[in-house]
Design a protein around this ligand. Structure first.
Ligand SMILES: Cc1ncc(COP(=O)(O)O)c(C=O)c1O
Length: 434
């Protein structure tokens, strides 16, 4: 388990998070429950921000809010000095409702509609990341109509793709994201951009993958991105000043992942910044404003999900199922891509994990599983189960499948807890039904 100062086994054998006993959280708020260790979110935000400042000196961290989006997260990251990466008008609206300065938003998406773009420009977002050919003309028209200049970055595919422990040098140019540098698509988009009057083409963006631990891919991307940055500036006369290298920093889910603490994130940012400075000096390119967009690394390990164990089914000679009162409606990651998790008998951490279980959800789908083949002590109905590192891409991908409630979200810090998102009621389920 990824124990830390704010997540550990208490003397009573029960899981403690943010100084609060999970049994107390379950009694106060019920289960299933998303719980977030606020101090950890703040610490990771500060690590990224301080490292960028220390090792590069000119730039900003934009939290990729798709990982976990609610008003309170925007408030926390703002407080820590971060901007936010947003991918829909809904995320822009949520960020603005939480008091985020629009200038600190970077708007992404491979299919932003005309009205999405109009909303973003009217809101005054800092950057729009171009990811489609016709988006350029739409944006120029919108900006001309509104008589505003809009800063934009171009999302390019540098031909490096990384996931977890490995990378491929020639990322497929058929990704739905970005313009390939290799096949000339990026050049065409650049030519189009530099010819515009209201669209202010000021930088490049790339995002090479997710759950990345090894550095090679990032360093290679830096080399390729600085080559292209130079080419765009010199061959196409673009006045660039921003380089956004995306997110993708890995987190600990199970013992097959490295434990990547704040010191490791700092070290990672240091290596990338050093490589960037070296490339810029070699290529005689002026230092751009540097942006990173971590999402998972900021909220992933901070979040845990608490469940109550329900029916237990032993299929003789085959499998032991333990069903929980959640499922793919609040954690779709196993169903989507067989994600793995550390699962704990949250009230009996000192008991020997001597039984292998498949932790199943309550939805009407065979693939509705939270985790397979996890070792737990022999479980009893009604006990608490905790799944760790659920903070990223769960609440944000939750649904009302089978008309289940999206669980409430609770923040914990210094022994206190408070609701960040209320739980739903039957009324919420039928609110929009006519
Ligand atoms: C453009 C962009 N930036 C940042 C991220 C965040 O990635 P992660 O949560 O892996 O850090 C993503 C994830 O999909 C992305 O597409």
């Amino acid at each position: 388990m990824n124990a830390r100062e704010t997540l550990y086994a208490g003397k009573n054998g029960r899981l403690q998070i943010g100084g609060v006993d999970v049994k107390d959280l379950a009694s106060l708020y019920g289960t299933p429950l998303y719980v977030f260790d606020k101090a950890h979110i703040k610490k990771v935000c500060e690590t990224f921000a301080e490292s960028l400042n220390k090792y590069y000196g000119k730039g900003k961290i934009f939290y990729a809010s798709k990982a976990f989006c609610c008003k309170e997260t925007y408030r926390i990251v703002k407080e820590a000095g971060l901007g936010a990466d947003v991918v829909s008008a809904g995320e822009i609206f949520t960020a603005l409702s939480a008091g985020t300065d629009a200038k600190n938003l970077c708007f992404h998406g491979n299919n932003k509609s005309y009205s999405d773009l109009e909303y973003a420009v009217k809101s005054g977002v800092g950057y729009i990341v171009i990811d489609a050919v016709s988006e350029i003309d739409d944006l120029e028209e919108i900006c001309a109509k509104l008589k505003v200049k809009q800063r934009v970055l171009l999302r390019v595919n540098p031909g490096v793709e990384a996931h977890t422990h490995h990378y491929i040098q020639t990322a497929k140019p058929d990704s739905k994201f970005g313009f390939s540098i290799e096949n000339g698509d990026a050049d065409k988009a650049v030519k189009n951009l530099v010819a515009k009057s209201f669209v202010d083409f000021c930088g490049l963006h790339c995002h090479i993958g997710s759950q990345i631990f090894e550095k090679t891919s990032f360093l290679l991307a830096v080399d390729k991105m600085t080559d292209y940055y130079k080419k765009v500036s010199e061959d196409f006369g673009a006045k660039l000043s921003v380089l956004n290298l995306g997110g993708g920093f890995g987190i600990y889910y199970t013992e097959t992942d490295p434990k990547f603490g704040c010191e490791d994130y700092a070290e990672y940012i240091k290596s990338i910044c050093e490589k960037l400075c070296e490339c810029l000096a070699q290529k005689d390119v002026e230092k751009p404003y540097l942006i990173f967009e971590p999402g998972r690394a900021i909220v992933g390990e901070a979040g845990i999900t608490l469940y109550t164990a329900g029916r237990i089914k032993n299929i003789t000679g085959l499998k032991n199922y333990i069903s929980v009162n959640g499922g793919m409606f609040e954690n779709p990651r196993f169903a989507l891509y067989q994600a793995k998790y550390t699962v704990l008998a949250a009230e009996r951490l000192n008991d020997k994990p001597d039984t292998v279980y498949t932790v199943a959800g309550k939805c009407c789908e065979s693939g509705d599983v939270i985790a397979e083949n996890v070792n737990l002590p022999k479980m009893r109905e009604g006990e608490l189960i905790a799944v760790l590192s659920t903070g990223a891409y769960n609440y944000s991908m939750a649904s009302n499948y089978n008309r289940n409630f999206v669980p409430p979200v609770v923040m914990v810090e210094d022994g206190k807890s408070y609701l960040a998102v209320k739980g739903q009621t039957f009324e919420d389920l039928v609110r929009n039904d006519l």
